[in-house]
Design a protein around this ligand. Structure first.
Ligand code: SF4
Length: 435
């Protein structure tokens, strides 16, 4: 069978989306392509965002390819599945604009939690819940009711949903193939800020070493995909890194939910230290100590971002952080890291437990040592996070995104964070379903 995998040309005007707006590698599509090829299918992967190509140009490529399945993600890259834009406007626009006779499949965080609403809003034929890398090939040759997390409408128009969620065996994910991917266009270096010790780097790439996280923070939108912690084979990751270095990449951002947990991390860092490449990632500071931070520096780490969330144990406990360190020790390790790594960032969340004066004092102390500390911001109660259920007292239904979005807009009745649009629109207006 023929599968076309399309990363649309994303735009986020009027959105509360706070992820990075630069193009990144569509790792979910590159990974799915590996599994599809392994199953004997023919694949066209078109990254319209990286190539800056329009719906019309994609349509011409699809006319030539004649796909059986058209696959579109509802969020840009696995990197942002946990914090996607709430609206599905752009996915709908692309499905309508491409106007294909093939079966249209939507993958991503929206369909994973509200599959029927996602189908209705986008006009797609199939929604795959969870991680689709291994369930996409199954659409061609398995009864759909046996495919975990598969949703569709039967000939009578009834909505059908199979039990379970797609979950990938990461040991089966081989080296991603970049031979026909426009790596050279990816000049963006994720989470690198000019003038902060990494200006010498020229070309960035994203790599996935492990998927999932063993923790269960209440605000984390990972329960329906990328949940269970799984590592890839070290040799596959290293050969992917070497392939990218061969294409001129000198900076790799690991998209892992939590880099630093796995058994093979130390070996990976030793291997990276022998290569001409720098790294960045997100982690938790309580996974590191002085010795492992030294190893990070040796592996040319230039960007180290940690979710601290709250400065009180009560605040961290309320978010189920399961953090084993005191606030003093957290500060000590962040400062030690900053003495070795040019960009160290601590993220805070607005909590009732944290006194604003204490927060300001801690921020000032860390900033004086060169650690960048965010302002405490309220979290979007993503449908799919435990926070959604505790906030609204029920599991997400078809109105979950609208409810969460309204709630979030009301939290910001005065002004928005400087990382967001100043005038986000209500979700119904953004999606403009009736247009
Ligand atoms: S540690 Fe990070 S990835 Fe893991 S559950 Fe908490 S917020 Fe999510």
């Amino acid at each position: 069978m023929k599968y076309a995998l399309i990363n649309p040309l994303w735009s986020f005007e009027g959105s509360t989306y706070f992820g990075c707006r630069e193009p990144h590698f569509p790792l979910e599509l590159l990974s799915a392509r590996n599994f599809l090829r392994k199953a004997g299918h023919e694949v066209l992967l078109l990254d319209a965002w990286m190539l800056e190509i329009s719906i019309e140009e994609c349509k011409a490529a699809l006319d030539a390819f004649q796909e059986d399945f058209l696959v579109i993600p509802s969020a840009p890259s696995y990197l942002f599945w946990r914090c996607p834009q709430p609206e599905l406007r752009l996915v709908r626009e692309w499905i309508l604009g491409l106007d294909r006779p093939s079966q249209t499949v939507v993958i991503g965080p929206h369909g994973s939690v509200t599959p029927r609403a996602t189908m209705d809003k986008t006009g797609c034929d199939i929604v795959l819940r969870g991680e689709p890398d291994e369930t996409l090939p199954q659409l061609a040759n398995m009864p759909w009711e046996l495919i975990p997390g598969c949703c569709w409408r039967d000939p009578s128009g009834s909505f059908r949903i199979s039990p379970g969620l797609g979950t990938v065996d990461m040991s089966a994910l081989q080296t991603l193939d970049y031979s026909d991917y426009p790596v050279e266009r990816h000049l963006h270096k994720h989470h690198i800020f000019p003038g902060n010790g990494a200006d010498h780097l020229t070309r960035g790439a994203e790599v996935e070493f492990a998927r999932g996280c063993p923790y269960s923070c209440t605000f984390c939108n990972k329960t329906l995909f990328r949940n269970k912690y799984r590592e890839r084979s070290l040799s596959s990751v290293l050969s992917e890194i070497d392939q990218l270095i061969g294409r001129g990449v000198d900076y790799i951002y690991f998209i892992d939910e939590i880099f630093g947990v796995g058994k093979q991390v130390r070996t990976l860092l030793e291997e990276i230290s022998q290569r001409p490449v720098s790294i960045g990632f997100q982690s938790r500071v309580d996974l590191w100590d002085e010795q492992s931070l030294d190893l990070l520096a040796k592996a040319h780490c230039v960007s180290f971002e940690c979710g601290v969330e709250s400065l009180t144990e009560a605040g961290r406990d309320a978010m189920n952080k399961n953090c084993r360190l005191s606030t003093d020790r957290i500060g000590e390790l962040l400062i030690y890291a900053r003495q070795r790594i040019p960009w160290v960032q601590a993220n805070l969340i607005k909590t009732p437990e944290d006194d604003p004066t204490t927060v300001a004092t801690w921020q000032a102390r860390l900033k004086a040592e060169g650690v960048w500390v965010s302002e405490p911001v309220p979290m979007f109660p993503f449908p799919g996070s435990p926070e959604y259920v505790s906030t609204f007292g029920a599991q997400p239904d078809d109105q979950a995104w609208e409810r969460a979005h309204d709630y979030y807009l009301n939290l910001f009745n005065r002004s928005f964070s400087d990382i967001q649009e100043q005038q986000p629109k209500p979700l119904r207006e953004l999606e403009c379903v009736s247009c």
